[in-house]
Design a protein around this ligand. Structure first.
Ligand code: ADP
Ligand code: MG
Ligand code: ZN
Length: 609
């Protein structure tokens, strides 16, 4: 763990550089140096030394504390020799006689310290100087690019002219726009606020499910305010600047301060802003980056004009320190669009494609309850693609409807082969859903029934479209939904007396609804207003944890089972009462494979002959 971090910390080029430097020093010392000073010193005995002096071959002698060094002339060649010291008072006398010069120092041969310095010190010095230069070049290259538009610096400067977004591009989300409008206003006319002494919020956190337009909104704020806009995503921080996250935060804010007034946008802030207390995976790097961010946010003055926007779809994992006043003290919710919002978003995106006159945008909006802005944008694009495929030069309502189905249920599987018997079962299953729904009061009308298989694996489906958006769901609504979901399997049982795998998705959804009724919405007899589940992410749809004893959990299971069983019983009753109608509609459906809600209702309401 530590290892990888350190390896990552040194840029690769530097690593190469250092290994080459070390190699060069080694080669220099082992191969070249001896060649330069090829005066290897030969060790001789003292008697050899004496006889050499006596025979007049010795030229110079130098004494050190521990040895005698001398040069020997042999056939015109000079040899360096040394020998140990032996107590010999006559030696100086002898040397004088032979005319040998002697002393206590070795001028040609550097001492140990000196030679280490020469052999290692100087090359290391040279290499480290070059190394520092390289490192400096590299970091200036990174740092300078830091806030440039090109390259991968700390943050991308968003260039308004290139893909300028304004609030007009963001449909719906009126509340969010209103909150942000204030910030835009502040950036445009700070004096107005300073006069009164109002401080602009330092940080604004955009919170909402994926695809609701948080990133888009941030860009639009920049477009509206017309100030420099630094944008970086949290994950980029962690990934791009391994080991340097904290430093980069500092640099980012330095730059931002210079450019004030400006906006800094940190997308997906949860990647660096997770709660710091998790015992499982401690990530020093991320923690340091976060700490630096907190410090920086405290550091700059509120009225300097640097405003930090951040976006996340996991607000519950954010460190509380990030959310306290003076940091991200303002939260702007960017929720999934309601009916009006969806219609507006569809209109924004439909403007970009050629559309038929009188496209029923409202119908499409009603068909797409729960869809995010990104999904709606996708639906429009799919519809345009389909129009081209169909050889048309403009998008029609049916293109849009088909693409809604593609997004919801997957594309039609034209070559899926169902046997006649299977087709009959699927038809009755779907009619079961539709009939139960039709017999309820207040349930959404059936829009379409189809038994054309889809790539998602659905063999058919029944589409219900609400007339109006429902935000509050009553206990009765929930029960009705359960009955409709049970209708499919109930039809299988009533008509064929079998159970098929086709109901698996219905079962899953029914169980989900029933469980939530008991554990979250206080809709059960036994538990009443008792919350049995906490946490969970509202936006990403993961379930929270049961907060009850296992004994209670068992009771919850029983209650859930009873609720579903009750709904199933009711659904079955409805179908048994309308057995003949079922057959009639089934014949019709098997014949056509897809029928509209109107056709369905016509047969249902027709007095049987
Ligand atoms: P988020 O950041 O919330 O996940 P994005 O801002 O990336 O979502 O949105 C993705 C795309 O969805 C946008 O580029 C835009 O085309 C579309 N979109 C989302 N919300 C809206 C909206 N309110 N109005 C118009 N288009 C939207
Ligand atoms: Mg985003
Ligand atoms: Zn079903």
């Amino acid at each position: 763990m530590k290892d990888t971090k350190n390896r990552n910390r040194i840029p690769r080029t530097l690593l190469y550089y250092y290994s080459i430097a070390v190699l060069a020093i080694i080669i220099f010392n082992w191969l070249l140096m001896p060649m330069f000073m090829s005066r290897e010193t030969k060790t001789t005995t003292y008697s050899d030394f004496l006889s050499a002096v006596e025979s007049g071959n010795v030229q110079q002698v130098y004494f050190t504390d521990t040895e005698i060094n001398y040069t020997l002339e042999k056939k015109g060649e000079i040899q360096y020799c040394k020998t140990g010291i032996v107590e010999n008072p006559q030696l100086p006398q002898l040397l004088k006689e032979k005319g040998v010069s002697y002393g206590a120092e070795i001028p040609e041969k550097p001492n140990l310290l000196m030679s280490i310095f020469l052999n290692y010190g100087i090359p290391i010095l040279i290499f480290s100087l070059i190394g520092r230069q390289i490192r400096k070049n590299m970091s200036t290259r990174m740092g300078a690019a830091g806030l440039n538009i090109h390259g991968q610096g700390v943050a991308k400067v968003y260039t308004p002219d290139k893909e300028k977004k304004t609030f007009e591009d963001v449909a719906g989300q009126e509340e969010a726009k209103e909150s942000l409008q204030e910030i835009i206003d502040y950036l445009n006319k700070p004096e107005k606020y300073k006069e009164i002494g109002a401080e602009c919020p330092k940080g604004v956190l955009l919170v909402g499910p994926p695809g609701t337009g948080k990133t888009l909104m941030a860009k639009a704020v920049a477009g509206e305010a017309d100030v420099p806009f630094f944008s970086i995503s949290g994950s980029e921080f962690v990934e791009m600047f391994v080991g340097r996250g904290a430093a980069k935060v500092r640099e980012l804010f330095e730059q931002a301060n210079k450019q004030a007034p400006c906006i800094v946008f940190i997308d997906e802030i949860d990647t660096i802003g997770k709660k710091r207390d998790s015992q499982f995976s401690t990530n020093d790097e991320r923690e340091q980056t976060l700490n630096q961010l907190l410090t920086e946010m405290d550091g700059f003055e509120g009225n300097k004009g640097v405003i930090i926007l951040a976006a996340t779809n996991r607000p519950e994992v954010l460190d509380p320190a990030l959310l306290r006043p003076g940091r991200f003290d303002r939260q702007v919710r960017v929720e999934l669009p309601d009916l009006i919002g969806r219609e507006a978003i569809l209109n924004v995106h439909l403007k970009k494609v050629r559309v038929e006159k009188n496209v029923d945008v409202n119908l499409i909006a009603r068909m797409t309850a729960g869809a995010s802005g990104a999904q709606l944008a996708n639906i429009v694009n799919e519809a345009a693609l389909r129009a081209v495929r169909m050889g048309s030069n403009q998008v029609s309502t049916s293109d849009l409807m088909e693409s809604v189905e593609v997004i919801i249920a997957g594309a039609e599987r034209k070559n899926a082969i169902l046997s006649e018997e299977e087709k009959r079962i699927v038809a009755y299953h779907e009619i079961g859903h539709a009939l139960v729904a039709a017999k309820q009061t207040g349930s959404a009308p059936v829009q379409k029934i189809t038994i054309v298989p889809r790539t998602s694996g659905a063999l058919g489906y029944t589409m219900q479209v609400e007339e109006e958006e429902k935000t509050l769901i009553s206990k009765e609504d929930a029960y009705q939904k359960l009955e409709v979901l049970c209708g499919g399997r109930a039809a299988e049982e009533v008509v064929f007396n079998i159970a098929t795998t086709g109901a698996s998705n219905d079962i899953e959804r029914a169980t989900d609804i029933a469980r939530n009724m008991v554990t979250r919405y206080g809709m059960s007899e036994t538990f009443g207003m008792m919350a049995l589940q906490t946490g969970g992410n509202n936006y990403l749809g993961n379930q929270g944890q049961m907060t009850c004893s296992s004994e209670t959990a068992r009771l919850v299971d029983e209650e859930v089972r009873d609720i579903i069983a009750e709904a199933y019983k009711n659904a079955k009753e409805v179908l048994e009462e309308n057995r003949e109608k079922m057959d009639e509609i089934a014949d019709y459906l098997i014949d056509r494979e897809t029928i509209t809600g109107k056709e369905f209702m016509d047969i249902l309401e027709k007095k049987s002959a």
